[in-house]
Design a protein around this ligand. Structure first.
Ligand code: FAD
Length: 442
């Protein structure tokens, strides 16, 4: 056998997990494995953990999943989350009247926002750095004769593990590896929407919008665009402007971001109510413009192949419109943490047969319990954007109909039975392990 130029894992008998990507999904999974005593290495291409973008909000299901992964992570989120002024999500006719048309209860202090960078900094504090390798760009994964996986990085180094979990985001290399480079599902599609996102100083936001409007979550609906605002700290209001655009997205370097100007945003909202235009006026003149890509047109047909799987945006990237992408990545991290803990236990059982098959079974069960819900989100998110932008033919700008349509979608996201998800997964693994006769009883 070839001696790798550098191996992160000496051939110890311990079950070992490789996580590719240190965004919210990868870091949450790492901390979930940490809490369960499972050995892992996290590989991240960047030189440190960093979250790009402004704010993020965790919906009730995401909060519950954070708690279940590890109460420490939930406590970390609560340390940086901004309390809601009022626990209602409110939708305003941002085009003609500036009046609230519909409001939805969030639960007590539910769906709070925080700065992405504050959250990831808190998580990094919890992470033992001995388990992290920065500057590693995964290029390919190879299965060795004994079922172990060898991961090859761009700098010529390698790592080895029993399983590889790709949490490497919307342009996932791991997804390309399991589906094939030429498979359309290996590449996300432009949704014909782009956005401007930024943080504006709270003192100015309060003066422009009113104390009340700046203190909690509001969305401004209208034709062909929408805007969302929520506080992420006592000093900052998060602003996201989503603009529909029939032109193709093209940048010379294939990136999903481009330079944008405030005047472009103002032009898109030119006939809107002055209150929305006033919010945009608070944003900087030069901003990044973010194309919104998703995986609706070419969904990944499966999330696991052998001992490799994908999670978070790598598996089911969606637009931001239902505020649930990161939350669904955290749900993935929860079920993977529980399944991989069970594999770790099984691998240590005396008399157990080779663990390579148990690893593959666990990832196939992960696929089974997560596929339907996560694909559902991708489709409902596109519909939600149509509702916000008055494009739904049956709903238009009728807030009563809008309320019904948006409420069931949010409730289906928020009221998810995480215990049942984990129970189903563990039962699924047990029955596979038993039917394969892989474990001998204690
Ligand atoms: C404008 C906007 C607002 C949003 N708001 C919300 C919200 O309020 N609530 C919510 O729940 N969701 C929200 N989302 C969705 C959420 O941001 C994403 O679902 C989430 O951040 C995805 O996390 P991830 O860890 O799966 O992927 P990513 O954050 O993309 O992380 C992937 C990581 O993998 C690394 N990586 C990539 N390729 C490689 C490689 N080859 N080798 C090694 N490492 C690699 C990257 O450097 C990165 O660190 C929003 C999205 C957008 C665009």
């Amino acid at each position: 056998m070839l001696t790798p130029p550098f191996s992160d894992v000496s051939r110890s008998p311990r079950f070992h997990v490789a996580i590719i990507g240190g965004g919210i999904t990868g870091v949450t999974l790492a901390l979930g494995l940490q809490a369960r005593g499972v050995s892992y290495t996290l590989y991240e291409r960047a030189p440190c953990f960093k979250e790009i973008g402004a704010g993020v909000g965790f919906s009730p299901n995401a909060e519950a999943a954070l708690k279940a992964v590890d109460p420490e992570i939930h406590a970390a989120y609560k340390r940086v989350a901004m309390p809601n002024g009022e626990d209602w999500f409110q939708w305003v006719d941002g085009y003609s009247s500036d009046e609230v048309g519909y409001k939805l209860y969030l639960g007590e202090q539910g769906f709070q926002g925080c700065r992405r960078s504050d959250f990831i900094d808190e998580l990094a504090e919890l992470m033992p750095m001995k388990n992290v390798r920065f500057g590693r760009v995964v290029e390919r994964v190879e299965e060795l004769a004994d079922g172990m996986m060898r991961i090859h990085f761009g700098d010529g180094t390698v790592g080895e593990a029993d399983v590889v979990i790709g949490c490497d985001g919307i342009r996932s290399r791991v997804r390309q590896l399991i589906l094939g480079d030429d498979n359309p599902a290996s590449h996300p599609s432009y949704t014909k929407q782009f956005c401007f996102r930024g943080l504006v100083p709270m003192d100015k936001a309060r003066k422009t919008l009113s104390e009340y409007r700046a203190s909690t979550r509001f969305m401004y609906n209208g034709p062909g665009a929408h805007a969302i605002t929520y506080p992420v700290s006592p000093e900052l209001l998060n602003v996201l402007l989503v603009i529909s655009d029939s032109n193709p997205w093209s940048t010379t370097d294939g990136r999903h971001t481009a330079r944008g100007r405030k005047k472009e945003a103002l032009e898109a909202f030119k006939n809107w109510h002055s209150s929305v235009r006033a919010i945009i006026d608070l944003m900087p003149d030069d901003m990044d413009k973010w194309a919104i890509f998703d995986m609706l047109e070419h969904p990944a047909p499966f999330y696991s192949k052998g001992a490799v799987c994908i999670a978070g945006d790598a598996a089911h990237a969606t637009g931001p419109h239902l505020g649930a992408g990161a939350g669904f990545g955290i749900e993935d991290a929860l079920v993977l943490s529980e399944l991989l803990e069970a594999v770790d236990r099984a691998a240590r059982m005396k008399g157990g047969k080779p663990r390579a098959q148990i690893c593959r079974d666990a990832l196939s069960v992960y696929n089974d319990v997560r596929y339907e819900r996560t694909q559902w989100l991708v489709g409902r998110t596109r519909e939600a954007c149509d509702l916000f932008q008055w494009r739904d033919k049956d709903v238009g700008k009728d807030f009563e109909k809008f309320g019904k349509e948006i409420t069931w979608r949010f409730h289906q996201i928020w009221e998810y039975d995480l215990d049942k998800m984990v129970e189903d997964a563990i039962q699924g693994l047990n029955s596979k392990v038993k039917s394969n006769g892989l474990l001998t009883p204690d």
